[in-house]
Design a protein around this ligand. Structure first.
Ligand code: ASP
Ligand code: MG
Length: 592
């Protein structure tokens, strides 16, 4: 009998009626011929209430005791859900994380799953029972209760679906699927029928908060089809799988992080390790950086800009002050009234012109772009917070996201996904270290060159003008970064095929003259080093290990971009092979 995992979030089990409604969905699936595992979160806002209760007793409660406390929320839900199913005449059994055998590491409050035992669940299922599993919790090897981090029930559900070889994992929540953008911010937002894992990962990290990011990494790693559905509707919801909704649409969604802050360190002596010093000071405070741009200017001085969540700014500034002192940089500044907007889509990796369309749409709405970063399937821009609504509307319209692509272009089925014939043995072999970092590839690309213009005027329409002219010259640009370089000035760098370098530099020189900027700089051959895999962002150390190992070889990182599945560093073309060796040594142990 095929297995189906159904997960109900806090709002879907917030009261007794909702629990009964969820129980009916589980029973319905059972009657349709599935063995059913139900994963539940704590009721309503119970986890928040437990957190604040703990804080009233202790300023920073011991993490082990916090987990002991927080795990009770889910224990309440599983018991009530089992009772609800029983009251509706179906057999059920509730289990805690420990009873199932969800073994994690010992990082209390943000533990990672190491393995899941499935025999007990299988026995209960074979006996005809619906199994109710507590989300968000596990147990370490010393039998201490652990939790997986806020929102972790999604991860439990997808991990169980993977371990059990389930046909799909259904996530029931208070929204009825994945939207092209947040419908609260833009009423034209459209629910998509299907979205790929990679797109979902990028959207989630760029602010679309429907699912726990680690759960999508899991789903991708073990090819679990995830079906996001509304608890209170019968809408078909959204399937998250390997394929995108449409092969012809370059963009699947626009995500916003409203409250960001930009920090720029200016006039940094450009030597290997300078950026590393800065980033490691920020990372040491456990703060994730979002957009990162480094541009090397004239006279060997670099400008480094990055963004963080606004709430992290005070801690970041102390780290930056130290770094400025240590590096003997000229100065730093920040802007805490900014937002990041990202367009995401698998299609942009193969269809050129997406960046230009994005820049043009923003220019036409008179929106100034403060920073730009790109990765293979995402382009992010930083804008003033007051222009978020206008920017979102402009981008949503520019990529026709309100229009549903034709049904026939949907590769996968809508509704319950098909069984993906994974062999049990192969699954179990992969279950050891379920959440370990996996590096799938380290590659060196020596086919590109780099061009940089420094001090371009930071005004609306600038990026559109630059990249349209370059595009009109028949040049297909790959990476683009724009960083802050001082009052109303920006630095712009991009990579392009090295055959086009001469022409690209000429075109850029003309643009530089028009903008009264110094002669553009360039490098006729750069080396792009990419480290790709699964868990690249939730394992935040990847980018810093990359920097560290390159720095140790005296290799300077000229540009960098980070995404959910890969981190790419651009270095001088002569150092490509040496850099590749360094990275292979650094990550050799986690390569698959
Ligand atoms: N109850 C936990 C939380 O509120 C886990 C979850 O809901 O996924 O974070
Ligand atoms: Mg981003």
């Amino acid at each position: 009998m095929p297995i189906l995992v159904q997960k109900f979030g806090g709002t879907s089990v917030a009261d007794s009626n909702k629990i009964l409604a969820a129980a009916r969905k589980a029973i319905l699936a059972r009657k349709e011929g599935y063995q059913v595992v139900v994963v539940v979160s704590a009721m309503g806002k119970n986890t928040d209430k437990l957190v604040s209760l703990a804080r009233r007793i202790h300023e920073s409660p011991p993490a082990r005791e916090m987990d002991m406390l927080l795990s009770t929320g889910e224990q309440v839900s599983v018991a009530l859900m089992a009772m609800a199913i029983d009251s509706l005449g179906q057999e059920a059994i509730s289990m805690t994380g420990a009873q199932i055998g969800i073994v994690t590491d010992s990082t209390h409050t943000k533990a990672r799953i190491q393995s899941i035992a499935t025999d007990r669940i299988h026995r209960a299922l074979d006996a005809g029972k619906i199994v109710i599993a507590a989300g968000f919790q596990g147990v370490d090897r010393g039998f201490n209760i652990t939790t997986l981090g806020r929102g972790g029930s999604d991860t439990t559900a997808v991990a169980l679906a993977a371990a059990l070889g389930a046909e799909a994992c259904e996530i029931y929540t208070d929204v009825d699927g994945i939207y092209t953008t947040d419908p609260r911010l833009l009423p034209e937002a459209r629910r998509v029928r299907q979205i790929s894992y990679d797109e979902m990962l990028e959207l989630a990290s760029a602010g679309a908060g429907v699912m726990h990011n680690r759960s999508i990494e899991f789903a991708k790693r073990f090819s679990v089809p995830v079906h996001v559905r509304g608890s209170f509707t019968d809408n078909p919801g959204t399937i998250i799988t390997a394929e995108p909704e449409s092969a012809s649409q370059p963009v699947c969604g626009v995500a916003v992080v409203r409250h960001e802050a930009r920090v720029s360190v200016l006039g940094v002596p450009d030597r290997p390790g300078a950026a590393m010093t800065l980033f490691s000071k920020v990372a040491a405070r456990n703060i994730a950086m979002d957009m990162i741009v480094q541009n090397v200017g004239d006279g060997g001085l670099a400008n480094i800009s990055f963004t963080v969540f606004r709430e992290d700014l005070p801690a970041v500034l102390t780290a930056v002050e130290q770094a400025v002192e240590e590096l003997d940089a000229q100065t730093f500044n920040y802007d805490d009234d900014v937002s990041v907007i990202s367009v995401v889509g698998l299609g942009m990796a193969t269809q050129p012109g997406v960046a230009n369309r994005m820049f043009r749409a923003l220019a036409e709405s008179e929106i100034n772009i403060l920073m730009i970063t790109t990765s293979p399937i995402k382009i992010s821009v930083l804008v003033a917070r007051e222009s978020v609504a206008a920017a979102l509307a402009a981008l949503h319209a520019a990529f026709s996201l309100e229009t549903e692509p034709p049904e026939e272009s949907v590769p996968g089925p809508v509704g319950r996904a098909p069984t993906n014939g994974r062999s049990a043995a192969a699954m179990i072999a992969r279950l050891q270290g379920m959440e370990d970092l996996i590096i799938e590839g380290i590659t060196l690309d020596e086919s590109e060159a780099r061009v940089t213009i420094l001090g371009v005027p930071d005004t609306p329409g600038l990026a559109a003008e630059v990249f349209e002219e370059i595009g009109a010259g028949g040049i297909v640009v790959d990476m683009i970064v724009q960083g802050f370089s001082g009052h109303e000035r920006a630095d712009l760098s991009f990579t392009l095929p090295k055959e086009d370098y001469g022409r690209g530099l000429d075109l850029t020189a003309r643009l530089a003259e028009r903008f009264h900027c110094p002669e553009p700089l360039g490098c006729s051959q750069v080396a792009l080093l990419s480290v790709s895999g699964i868990g690249m962002r939730s394992h935040t150390e990847v980018a810093s290990r990359m920097f560290q190992s390159l720095t140790a070889q005296d290799i300077n990182v000229e540009m960098i971009n980070t995404s959910e599945m890969c981190v790419t560093a651009v270095v001088d073309g002569h150092q490509g092979v040496k850099a590749l060796d360094a990275l292979r040594r650094e990550f050799g142990d986690v390569m698959v």
